[in-house]
Design a protein around this ligand. Structure first.
Ligand code: ADP
Ligand code: MG
Length: 495
């Protein structure tokens, strides 16, 4: 694949991208208070005195949020900092009652790590993660509740976020999309964030600059709070072109914060970029430095499940899957769990080894079941066909009870009704006909009914054998064993 370039009047431009992802930590309570974090509550129903910044209230660190940040760091192979510090980041905004956000600046809880992107054609690329720090979310201004006033909902105020900051290692909208996809997969696997971008529990600030290949990094703009992977890709394309146009017209890029408007298909300036010193960061005097020991880290490590990259390698090595199917299956933990159950049930039903049946299982799963789920707009945990039922269907094909063609029809009925494969085959009389005498009888009838085609065949039109196979299959409602039909038909046609 060729590199992604923006073609300008003065030549090709390279795009440089770094992402700051805000991921809401899965925890029952907020970062410094016991208020609930559940999504969808009535406005201001989940606000403690700390979250509302009442005078004299003191924050108390929630150990679960710390544990989740450490688990996330470990899942990215990152350095875990046993000593970190919470700072106050000062700014004024209506949705920020404290007048500052508690964040981490100089001493974040997690240092450098890696995300491995899965790209087209089985290629991979490593993108550096510079740091992860813990911080509080702000509240939400509501502008649509009253004709004159803006309301504020503080339910989100104080909810724990992990800010995951990448190095400027990405070079195309596709790579940025692959980074977010992979990061989301990892966060979901380990259960530290639900990755739900529509509900805002994962959002990205997108830093974009352009340069001629080989030049030093250009000045970047930061596009704030983009809330879908598709929008991230679009925003990068649009912003990079905008920068190229400005530079080629003799202008310079101002480092600024911009907003992406997907309707207008443009980014526009929000404000000029603040520098760190504008925020007057200082260590929060209400909180001690955060310290933990190796035992805490070890326990967090032990709580991690098998990670997607390890699982993918295992599916390829142990089961012989191709790279594509392995990637698709490990993308969601529920999908890979279904696959493992399917392989195990199919091996039991056919008395074969798991590695002998795994490729068949993965083809059926990624093709037939995922196709049907997709069409029905369902996810794997809503599947009407369980792994055991899928295995029952595939076992009927393996032992020759039904053909692969008929299996597709049976699957459709299973998907619509939730019934088992064997009972559908029984009920509808779909068993494959493998009785030589019975098939020969039908072949004789088909030949007798088509004397013209027989004459043409014998006159040298070999291809007509396909016509006869088709007729026999039709006469048996698709149930004749196709291998046997082919074998028995030729000698009879040849006379
Ligand atoms: P800030 O905290 O002010 O936003 P950082 O130095 O932490 O600044 O960088 C934020 C993000 O910007 C990081 O993800 C980083 O990779 C990215 N970044 C830095 N320089 C560039 C650049 N020249 N082009 C694109 N992205 C960049
Ligand atoms: Mg930033």
């Amino acid at each position: 694949m060729s590199d992604y370039r923006i073609q300008g009047a003065t030549g090709d431009w390279e795009v440089v991208i770094g992402l700051e992802v805000h991921a809401q930590v899965i925890s029952n309570a907020k970062l410094f208070s016991g208020a609930s974090t559940e999504f969808g509550a009535e406005p201001n129903a989940q606000v403690s005195l700390v979250d509302a910044a009442m005078p004299g209230m003191l924050p108390t660190i929630n150990g679960e949020c710390v544990r989740q940040a450490v688990r996330t760091g470990l899942a990215l192979g990152a350095q875990i900092n046993k000593y970190s510090v919470f700072d106050r980041k000062n700014y004024f905004y209506a949705d920020l009652p404290q007048g500052y956000q508690i964040s981490q600046f100089k001493h974040p809880i997690v240092g450098p790590g890696i995300v491995t992107l899965d790209l087209d054609g089985g290629r991979t690329k490593k993108v550096g993660v510079e740091r992860i720090h813990l911080e509080q979310d702000a509240g939400k201004s509501m502008h649509d509740q009253h004709p004159q006033f803006t309301y504020v909902d503080l339910n989100r105020s104080g909810v724990a976020l992990m800010e995951i900051v990448s190095d400027p290692d990405m070079r195309s909208p596709e790579e940025a999309g692959a980074y977010l996809t992979k990061l989301r997969t990892i966060l979901r696997y380990i259960g530290s964030c639900d990755g739900n971008m529509e509900q805002g529990s994962m959002r990205a600030d997108v830093n974009v600059s352009v340069r001629k290949v080989g030049d030093p990094l250009g000045t970047r703009c930061e596009i704030k709070n983009v809330n879908s992977i598709r929008f991230v890709r679009q925003a990068i394309e649009i912003e990079a072109s905008r920068q190229v146009d400005i530079i080629e017209a003799g202008g310079t890029i101002d480092q600024e914060t911009r907003l992406f408007d997907p309707v207008k298909g443009e980014t526009r300036s929000m404000r000029s970029k603040e520098e760190a010193h504008d925020y007057r960061y200082f260590p929060d005097p209400d909180l001690l430095p955060l310290e933990f020991d190796d035992a805490f880290i070890d326990a967090a490590r032990e709580s991690l499940p098998e990670l997607p990259d390890d699982k993918k390698a295992r599916f390829i090595n142990e089961y012989g899957l191709n790279d594509y199917n392995a990637s698709v299956l490990v993308a969601e933990k529920d999908q890979s769990d279904y696959f493992v159950s399917l392989v195990s049930a199919l091996a039991t039903a056919t008395k074969k080894s798991e590695s002998d049946v795994a490729v068949k299982a993965s083809n059926w799963l990624t093709g037939d079941l995922f196709g049907a789920l997709n069409k029905a707009n369902k996810s794997i945990d809503e599947t009407p066909v369980s792994a055991e039922q899928g295995a029952e269907l595939l076992a009927l094909v393996e032992d020759g009870t039904i053909s692969g063609r008929i299996a597709k029809d049976v699957f459709e009925i299973m998907f619509d009704t939730g019934k088992g494969a064997a009972s559908i085959v029984e009920e509808k009389g779909l068993k494959q006909v493998s009785d030589t005498g019975e098939i020969e009888k039908i072949i004789d009838e088909v030949i007798a009914a088509n004397p013209n085609q027989l004459e043409q065949y014998r006159g040298g039109k070999d291809k007509l054998i396909g016509f006869f196979v088709g007729q026999v299959m039709k006469a048996t409602g698709g149930k004749a064993n196709p291998g046997m039909v082919n074998q028995l038909l030729k000698p009879k046609l040849d006379g």
